[in-house]
Every structure is written in C-alpha cells, then in structure tokens.
Design a protein around this ligand. Structure first.
Ligand SMILES: Cc1cc2nc3c(=O)[nH]c(=O)nc-3n(C[C@H](O)[C@H](O)[C@H](O)COP(=O)(O)OP(=O)(O)OC[C@H]3O[C@@H](n4cnc5c(N)ncnc54)[C@H](O)[C@@H]3O)c2cc1C
Length: 555
C-alpha cells in the first residue's frame, strides 16, 4: 500500500465531513451484496464455528482458566492464523469483512479462544504488512508468518499506556546498526504464546525522542514472560507481562518513519484502528448477539403470573432495545469495513473506525446490563452453578466480565473519546475554519416516514455539532477542555450510529423498524449530551487541590 496522507483522507470520510458540518449521506451508501463474497464468508464462519464447537469447551476454559492444549497447533495447521493474508503467503485471502465475520464466529463460541485469533489478526505483525515496504523486515515477517508464527502488539506499560513516550527504551548500539530494548510491558494479548511481537519503544538519538515500533522475535536473548495476568474476565486468554532486558534488534526491524510517534505515521494508526474492529467491535457484536438470543429465549420460557414474560410491555421494550443495539453494531461495522482493502479506503474510514471502538463496546455494555436485569438471578448465577442444577447454562455472568474489559482494551472509553476528538474533530482547528456550509435538506425516498424524520434530525444536529466545534477555545487551550471534547466526540459518534442504521434501513427495508428503535434511543442519549454540553454554568469539577483535601477527609 502506498501511504496516503491519512489526516487529509480521513477528513474526506463521513465523520471527517460531519465535523465540518457536512452531512454526506452519499458516503454511507450501503455495500452492494456480492454473492461470491457472501458465500466465502458463510463458508469460513461455518468451518471455524464447527471446528471450535468440536475442539473447545467454553465452560471448561472458564473453569480452568486454560485453553485446550492443542488449540494453537490446530489454528496453525488449519490456516486460521492467516485468515486475511493473501493466498501467495499461504493465507485464506479473506476480505476484511469476512475476516471480521470469522473472528466473530470464534468469539461467539469461546471469547478467549476467539480473542487470541482476533489479536493475532488485528494487532500481530501480519496486520502491519500493508505498512511495510519491500525489504528485509517485510521478508522476515512474511517468512515467519508462513511458518505459522503467532503474534500480538506490546504497547502498554506499567507506567500507563496513555503516556506520550514509552518507558521502554531502544538504545542505539553498533554505530546505530542495532538497538538494545529495555523495559517492561503489561497486559499484552498473546504475550505468553507469541513468536513475534510489535513492540513500541522510545528511541533517543541526540535531541530527538521518538516512539517507534520494533518487530521482536520472542526467542531473542533478554526477552521473557514475567507473568500471565488474571483478569476480571477473559479467563484463559494468554495475556502477559513481559520483560525486555537488553533485547538486541537490528535497525532494519524498526518500523520507520520521520514522525515523532508511530501513531502519527500515515498507516500505522489506521491499521491499529482496523485491529480494534477485529478485537473490540468483533467481541462486542459476538456478546451482544448472544445476549439477544438469551433474552428472547428467557422471555419465551419464563411465565410470571401465568403470562409469558414476552407479552409484558416493558420486556418487549427491553428486548427491542437490545435488538436495535445489535443492529447498530452490525451497521457501524459493515460501513466501517467497507472499502478498507486499499490504503486510501482504510484512511477514509479511519475516523469511523475510531468511533466504532466506543460505539460498539458501549452498545455491548448496554445490552449485557439490560440482559442481566432481564434474566435476574439466573443471569447473576455462574454457568457452572446453573449447569449443576439443570438450568440453561448461559454464561451471562462471565460475559458481563468480558464486556467490561472491552471498554478498557485498546484505550479506556472516556479517554479514547478525548483522543478521538483531538485527532479527528479538532483537525479543523489547525487552519482557519472554512465557513460553515449552508445546511442542505437531506432526503431519501427509500426511507419511510420515521426514517425520513430521523435523517432530517441527524442532518440538523450535524450543523449544530459543527457550530459547537467552531465555538471552542483556540487550539492551544483545547487539550485542557477534556470534558467538552469528550461530549462532542460522543455526539459525533451518536450521529454516525444513527446514519449507519438509516443507511442500512434504506437498502434493507426490513430493518427499518429496528432502525427506528435505534434512532429513538440514540435521540435520548443525544438530548442528554447536548444538555450537558450547553449547561450553564458547566458542571463543576473539583480542582486537584480539592481532590487532595477530599482524600485527607476520607482518612
Ligand atoms: C482485555 C484486555 C486486552 C488488552 N490487550 C492489550 C494488548 O494486546 N496490547 C497492549 O499493549 N495493551 C493491551 N491492553 C491494555 C489496554 O490497552 C490499556 O489498559 C488501556 O489502553 C489503558 O491503559 P492503562 O491501563 O495503562 O491506563 P493509563 O494509560 O495509565 O491510564 C490510567 C487512567 O488515566 C486516564 N487518563 C490517561 N490519560 C488521560 C488524560 N490525558 N486525561 C484524563 N485521563 C487520562 C485513563 O483513561 C485511565 O482511566 C489490554 C487490556 C485489556 C483489559
């Protein structure tokens, strides 16, 4: 892939345009159905699903905290570590959307077993191939992948992932021909099983301090696994704390660029956003769909006062809301993955993929929380306990623990909104803002009355959002207005969610009733966001000094 100017391209995408005040309905044309593509996706979903049902007992994984011993070898032998790689590299050559579908199928059966594949596919060294020019590094990565290497991305550190500089350092040696990596990494998915890892580290050369990514073979001297973490959820996931104690890497293993940080390089951040689609959005969809199935099943079999639960008004309201959240996740993903096989296509969808991380994981959380209320005590009980008394052993309790992790993995939700606003939304503050475009009426004859109303309202709020963005303080002061930025980012996300379900309803009219439910629920969330944004005076936050006093008072 030839690196595009990612910021410019992404501004030309739907969300980039939305922040500029243009509601570009034309950019959300629903992907045309392709029967060949669909059949390829159905085939891998069926194959991978059947394999996992045979090879993995999810309740046993939850009980023991271990994946089955031969699972990794089977993944390797069956080509599941090369889902998206081209056939020339021995891969399955799946499109991004079919890769996503395959990963959702795996995560639906057993989250940690599927998440291993999702991390490898989305964040492993193979995921970076589009950013690697022909040369030694690309040849090495290709060779290792063809041998069946499994990998991941080691970024987070005990000092905190949000720090601008990595505390892991890459010290130049041998006259700059190589580096010694020193530092600690934590919470690294696939960390304890990886053959190859993308490792971020700060390079200090002269006055310059830059954060680069290095491709590290985990059998290198100085590399070790310190601990496999025990998380709140994802039991069985090989997520580890790692030590790099003078690991030598040749200069050619550095993924270069002139930028101060790997995130600023043209393709790496969009590629990692694609990785979040496979991991976070994929897991969110897998979980939300399971919850929908469990909700419908429970409401059908439970009778209260002789009346089936699914005849009660509030229960139908709740299950409709869950189905609408599932529709929203699916629609956001399908548009977010449309046309991303080229570098230009990927960067055009970059802001949409960034927004998808929080939209999907929060929708998933709403669904899980609602499902827990619906299933009541049977939801709160562990699957093992239910199995032993003969109740349907749906693992809702474990699923809730997993779902919460999705709002942290890949970036804590609120801080992710803040960063998204600074990168995407605020890119308009780098230059004199162009005049706000005159709002144009947006109509689509394929939408019914409710859909048309939601479309008009979404376009109206787009203009309001652009106006609010322009009213912000000068760029230098923006970073200090985190709460405002977070609210604006969430408003932009909600507008994208509404537009996504409406785009689908326009192409697939049978989804229109659920799109209506999704837009109505989003409208309620938007009203709260605008109310908070416009509240005068702004809700007070305690100062750092007052927080200190509070702590002292608490004793
Ligand atoms: C299931 C799971 C899988 C994961 N897989 C991986 C993986 O494969 N590779 C990997 O590298 N990491 C992985 N992580 C780690 C994850 O990406 C980080 O936990 C996440 O990015 C947050 O970083 P942190 O925990 O270091 O928090 P920190 O960065 O230390 O942040 C601590 C708190 O400060 C807040 N904060 C930070 N900056 C600001 C700011 N400017 N303003 C206001 N608040 C701020 C944060 O939001 C957070 O609440 C995984 C985590 C989980 C739960």
């Amino acid at each position: 892939m030839t690196p595009p100017d990612s910021t410019r391209s992404s501004r030309e995408g739907f969300l980039g345009q939305l922040y500029a005040g243009r509601f570009r309905w034309d950019l959300l044309a629903w992907p045309a159905p392709d029967p060949v593509e669909r059949a390829a996706g159905d085939a891998i979903v069926a194959e991978l699903g059947a394999f996992l049902r045979e090879a993995v007992d999810p309740l046993e994984v939850e009980r023991t905290g271990e994946l089955p011993a031969g699972l990794l070898s089977a993944y390797r032998e069956r080509g599941y570590l090369k889902l998206s790689l081209p056939a020339a590299l021995g891969g399955r050559g799946l499109s991004c959307y079919n890769t996503f579908r395959a990963l959702v199928a795996a995560q639906s059966w057993c989250m940690p077993a599927g998440y291993v594949l999702a991390i490898h596919t989305g964040f492993g060294c193979g995921a970076l191939l589009p950013a690697l020019p022909e040369g030694t590094l690309r040849a090495h990565v290709t060779k290792r992948l063809m041998e069946g290497a499994i990998s991941g991305w080691a970024d987070t550190e005990p000092t905190g992932a949000a720090n601008r500089l990595a505390s892991t350092v890459a010290e130049p040696i041998e006259g700059g021909r190589a580096y010694l990596l020193r530092g600690s990494k934590v919470f690294i998915g696939n960390g304890s099983i990886a053959d190859l890892l993308n490792v971020s580290a700060t390079v200090r050369e002269g006055e310059r301090e830059e954060v680069r990514v290095f491709v590290v073979d985990t059998d290198s001297p100085g590399f070790s696994v310190r601990q496999v973490h025990q998380l709140m959820g994802f039991r069985g996931l090989p997520i580890a704390a790692l030590e790099l104690d003078g690991v030598r890497v040749g200069r050619e293993r550095m993924i270069s660029g002139d930028e101060h940080h790997w995130r600023a390089s043209p393709l790496l951040e969009p590629l990692s956003s694609l990785g979040r689609m496979y991991t976070i959005a994929g897991a969110s969809l897998a979980i939300a769909k399971r919850c929908l199935r469990w909700s419908v099943d429970f409401a059908g079999r439970r009778r209260i006062n002789g009346r089936p639960l699914n005849e009660y008004d509030e229960i139908r309201h709740m299950i409709s809301a869950t189905a609408a959240d599932v529709l929203a996740i699916e629609s956001i993903v399908q548009l977010g993955l449309d046309g991303v096989e080229t570098a230009d296509g990927l960067t055009r969808r970059w802001f949409e993929q960034i927004a998808a991380k929080n939209l999907c994981s929060r929708a998933c959380w709403r669904v899980v929380d609602r499902t827990m209320s619906l299933l009541a005590a049977e939801g709160y009980e562990t699957a093992g306990s239910k199995a032993s008394r003969g109740a349907p052993p749906e693992p809702l309790e474990a699923t809730m623990r997993e779902a919460r992790g999705l709002r942290i993995a890949g970036g804590v939700d609120f801080q992710f909104d803040n960063r998204a606003a600074l990168t995407g939304l605020m890119s308009f503050h780098t230059e004199p803002s162009p005049p706000l475009p005159e709002p144009e009426p947006v109509t689509d004859p394929r939408l019914g009355e409710a859909g048309a109303r939601h479309l008009t309202e979404t376009a109206r709020q787009t203009t309001a959002l652009a106006r609010a963005c322009r009213a912000l303080a000068p760029r230098e002061a923006l970073a200090e207005q985190e709460h405002t930025l977070i609210l604006l980012s969430q408003i932009g996300g909600e507008l994208f969610l509404r537009a996504s379900v409406l785009a689908r309803a326009a192409a697939q009219p049978d989804t229109a009733p659920l799109a209506d439910v999704a837009c109505a629920a989003s409208g309620v969330r938007l009203a709260a966001l605008w109310a908070e944004l416009e509240a005068e005076p702004a809700p007070v936050a305690l100062s750092a000094g007052q927080l200190g006093e509070l702590l002292a008072d608490l004793g």
